[in-house]
Write a protein that binds this ligand. Structure first.
Ligand code: S3P
Length: 433
């Protein structure tokens, strides 16, 4: 079915005020369905992200024989089949636009004694898969695909895995997670070392499900063949979705927003650190824990921002927030430099080129670098027609720019926001009153 194209029309707004929630965390929602599928007993998931990406994970797990029912607007019940209970799918598994579905499922499928084929949309079929195929082959999985198994569609004949000790060549939570998930099916201890810490939701959740997992410095070790037990998981609000509202709250005059129930996992909260450095007025309140993840309410008020340098270990902690940080930087005083972020080139689209091209259209001064962006703050942006490259985070970053740009901004092809933030435009509208 062809999705209808949607254009967002934005005008500068006077203020943004009120309390708002954002949908459940995308990374955690994917993992909850996958681990729930492999567990014994039922896993109840609350505040699940009913966005296109996570629904791709649900559809794939169903195709692997798992009974998953929607029990409320954002609730799912997953009837786990145990570690050895998945069955061979009788169709190609469609991962849509979702890198997390594709890469994490590859880890699980590598451990199965059956044949499966994975593919996704145009963007997924361009994204590098060799980084996952390589360690899974080392563990003994047979994987074939386009360009010597570096691009989807990928065909996997799994089973009989050997544990490995693997050092990740890039900081990628998806690759780390794929190896750890494959490690569940190997006899012995699988070890993964990461150059720079990346999001640790898989590790936290595996422990909660009962896996034996130890972390020493930058090395994670998981024991094979655990008994995973179904859990109740209340998914925190996604800080990567909250990021759009945080930046909007800083930029739009006379704003005060209270974002409720946002995940602030230290491997994900680089956006807060950078916005504080830029001079943002953001308060963290009511800190607590749900599902082994730290959560808080965030209060943001209109702020004068200044340019900063963003580099090194900070990058994986805010990699998905760089498009909207670039909008903030465009209107900050002075220069912002973003380095060590070449990974942006292999996201849903090449986000370095996309951000530079689209923000320049709006009158920003942005230069693309091989591994990042240089942004010279300007007084104001000017509304125009912008393009999303079918990338949800580009669409929302440009919409935030449209709230403060002079005149009208049209964000063409913004239906892709449903990948991670269904109801984004309606939430913004509600905050205008
Ligand atoms: C994700 C990891 C990151 C991130 C993506 C979600 C995850 O990708 O950009 O949106 O859920 O593990 P990489 O692992 O490619 O860095």
């Amino acid at each position: 079915m062809q999705e209808q194209h949607v254009d967002l029309h934005l005008q500068p707004v006077k203020q943004l005020r009120g309390e708002v929630t954002v949908p459940g965390d995308k990374s955690i929602s994917h993992r909850a369905v996958m681990l729930g599928s492999l567990a014994e007993g039922t896993t109840q998931i609350e505040n699940f992200l009913m966005g296109a990406d996570c629904l791709s994970t649900v559809a794939c797990c169903r195709a692997l024989g798992v009974d998953i029912r929607q029990t409320g607007p954002t609730s799912l019940e997953v009837k786990g089949r145990g570690l050895n209970g998945l069955r061979e799918p009788d169709q190609v598994l469609d991962t849509g636009n979702s890198g997390t579905t594709t890469r994490l499922l590859m880890g699980i499928l590598a451990g199965q004694d059956f044949f499966s084929v994975l593919t996704g949309d145009e963007s997924i079929r361009r994204r590098p898969m060799g980084r996952v195929v390589e360690p899974l082959r080392q563990m003994g999985a047979r994987i074939n695909g386009r360009r010597r198994g570096t691009l989807a569609p990928l065909a996997i004949s799994g089973g009989n895995l050997q544990p490995i000790a693997y050092t990740l060549p890039v900081a990628s939570a998806q690759v780390k997670s794929a190896v750890l998930l494959a490690g569940l099916f190997a006899d012995g201890i699988t070890k993964v070392s990461e150059p720079v810490p990346s999001r640790d939701h898989t590790e936290r959740m595996l422990k909660n499900f009962g896996a034996e997992l130890t972390i020493e410095g930058r090395q994670i070790a998981v024991h094979g063949r655990p008994r995973l037990v179904g859990q109740t998981i209340v998914v925190p609000g996604d800080i990567s979705s909250a990021a759009f509202l945080l930046v909007a709250g800083c930029l739009v005059p006379q704003s005060e927003l209270r974002l409720l129930n946002i995940g602030i996992n230290p491997t994900r909260n680089g956006i807060l650190e950078v916005l504080w450095q830029m001079g943002a007025d953001i308060q963290v309140e009511n800190e607590r824990e749900t599902a082994g993840e730290p959560v808080a309410d965030l209060v943001v008020r209109t702020s004068r921002l200044r340019g900063v340098t963003i580099e090194g270990d900070l990058i994986p902690r805010l990699i998905d927030e760089i498009p909207v940080l670039a909008v903030a930087a465009s209107l900050a005083e002075g220069k912002t430099v973003i380095k060590d972020a070449a990974e942006l080139r292999v996201k849903e689209t090449d986000r370095i080129e996309a951000v530079a091209t689209e923000l320049c259209r709006l009158g920003a001064r942005v230069t693309a670098r091989p591994d990042g962006l240089e942004i010279e703050g300007v007084e104001y942006l000017t509304g125009t027609v912008c393009h999303t490259y079918d990338d949800h985070r580009m669409a929302m970053a440009l919409a935030v720019a449209g709230l403060v740009a002079r005149g009208q901004t049209i964000v063409r092809g913004s239906e892709c926001v449903n990948v991670s933030f269904p109801g984004f435009a309606e939430k913004l509208l509600n905050l205008l009153q």
